[in-house]
Design a protein around this ligand. Structure first.
Ligand code: FAD
Length: 441
């Protein structure tokens, strides 16, 4: 082979499609029996229940991922949000087409400070010291947080939903860059057919170019000679057969911790990561023995008889205990759930190691937001945590690692290598652009 791709997540599939388009002989090795990683879905009683993403593409049809898919001739359709979003606060939902709609729930005094913060973030250069400052401290410098609770909750819920981070975990520079990109590219979008449709179409393109995809095949080690990668050792999980694949280029879509493990012929297990992370303290992002810090979350899939969100965008939740935001993807594509039903997905940051408590708080939030409607009309389909080796982001936004490793011919793509300002799958797509640029150098 000319190239071996470890992992058939979005990053791995996009990398493979590009290399194939350049005429390379490529194999993708995936340990699961299917492609897509955290950007696909399974059909559960007629509902597209996703393995990660809430079926949403952050920068919509003008974003980096959509642009890349068009370049690769991957058929896809994105439904851009029809509103900036809505805000659940004071027991009701405030819909906002433009940012002026925010004034309706902030009131005049907090809206004044909102505009002032906008000016400070976008029209005045940040000092070097401000750029590094955690965003909560930057806010404290410029507003009285006690007197502006909804304004603080506005930023906190967006950060929790979009980045899966608390405001003290993200730098001011990263918040500003990400927000600028949100304005530059536009509203988020829901994928027609759900996120699995994009990875499925990519799989087809790879097959069209005669690329090989080895499913249920786990990479056990990366082989190198004199500082140069030469191949990988693969085990077929069905037959137990092991074999060596050789190539001068290996692209890893599994993050730095697992890739470093494979360089030492060692498998990083989910249970080991969680044991390490939660052994000494109980904060969600604890210091691990290696210092990869991921973003963690809890997501709930809900099937409802009645529509609870009247638009295609995100409903940010401002006075909840945990849930940061929700979407109703069936507003864009009704086929994501059985006819007449509505699929809703909520997302929150996990704030403690007590998963039962986190789930209970999610349920309490849903009941407090929707009242009796919730118990009468809604069914919880899944309530899953995302952490360790299956997190929301393998590396927290703004702390991403470099794509090129010390071993020649070995590169990282995916959500541990997101360039600053590019979130979620837009960051994954941009990581692939950066990897291709490095190859061309
Ligand atoms: P992955 O999808 O993790 O792919 C890595 C692949 O490598 C996996 O298939 C894995 O099985 C395989 N693998 C691992 N080890 C090996 C090995 N040794 N050998 C062979 N194969 C191996 N993003 C959005 O843009 N929009 C959203 O709405 C959104 N919501 C999210 C909600 C949640 C709860 C979560 C968890 C994530 C969300 N994301 C969202 C993030 C998005 O899902 C990820 O950024 C993206 O899917 C990451 O893709 P990847 O290719 O980097 O990694």
């Amino acid at each position: 082979f000319d190239a071996i791709i470890i992992g058939a997540g979005l990053g791995g599939l996009l990398s493979a499609a590009h290399l194939l388009q350049r005429g390379k002989h490529v194999v993708v090795v995936e340990r699961l029996p299917h492609c897509g990683g955290r950007f696909t879905a399974k059909n559960f009683h007629g509902v597209q229940v996703s393995t990660g993403a809430v079926h949403m593409v952050p920068f919509g049809s003008s974003g980096v991922l959509s642009h890349m898919l068009r370049r690769l001739n991957v058929p896809h359709r994105l439904y851009d949000a029809d509103v900036f979003g809505s805000f659940h606060v004071h027991g009701q939902q405030y819909r906002s087409r433009g940012l002026l709609g925010v004034a309706r729930f902030l009131g005049p005094a907090q809206f004044f400070w909102f505009l002032r913060l906008g000016y400070l973030m976008f029209f005045r250069p940040l000092t070097a010291e401000e750029r590094q400052l955690p965003f909560d401290l930057w806010l404290e410098r410029h507003i009285n947080v006690e007197r502006n609770p909804q304004l603080v909750a506005f930023f906190a819920s967006i950060s929790r939903f979009a980045l899966s981070l608390e405001l003290n975990q993200v730098s001011t520079a990263e918040v500003v860059r990400t927000t600028k990109n949100m304005f530059r590219f536009g509203a988020p979008a829901i994928v027609e057919g759900g996120c699995g449709e994009i990875t499925h179409q990519l799989e087809k393109i790879i097959e069209t170019y005669n690329g090989e995809i080895m499913l249920s095949s786990e990479v056990l080690g990366i082989v190198q000679e004199q500082g140069r990668v030469t191949g990988v050792l693969v085990k077929n999980k069905v037959t137990g057969e092991e074999k060596l694949l050789q190539a001068p280029l290996v692209v890893s879509d599994i993050g730095p911790r697992a890739t470093n493990g494979l360089l030492q012929q060692r498998r990083v297990k989910q249970s080991d990561v969680l044991k390490q992370k939660y052994a000494e303290d109980h904060t969600a992002i604890a210091r691990a023995t290696d210092d990869v810090q991921e973003a963690v979350g809890l997501k709930v899939h809900i099937l409802s008889d009645v529509s609870l969100i009247p638009h295609k965008g995100i409903m940010y939740c401002l006075d909840t205990k945990r849930i940061a935001g929700m979407v109703q993807p069936t507003n864009s594509d009704p086929s994501l759930a059985p006819a007449g039903k509505h699929l809703l997905i909520s997302h929150q940051v996990i704030q403690s190691n007590n998963v039962e408590e986190e789930r209970a708080l999610a349920l309490a939030d849903l009941r407090s937001m929707f009242g009796e409607t919730f118990d009468q009309h809604c069914q919880i389909l899944t309530m899953g945590t995302y952490r360790g080796e299956w997190p929301v982001n393998r590396v927290v936004q703004g702390e991403d690692v470099q794509p090129q490793l010390d071993v020649q011919g070995l590169y990282l793509v995916g959500d541990a290598v997101k360039p600053s300002g590019y979130l979620m799958v837009e960051g994954v797509a941009q990581s692939v652009n950066n990897f291709l640029d490095l190859l061309d150098d």
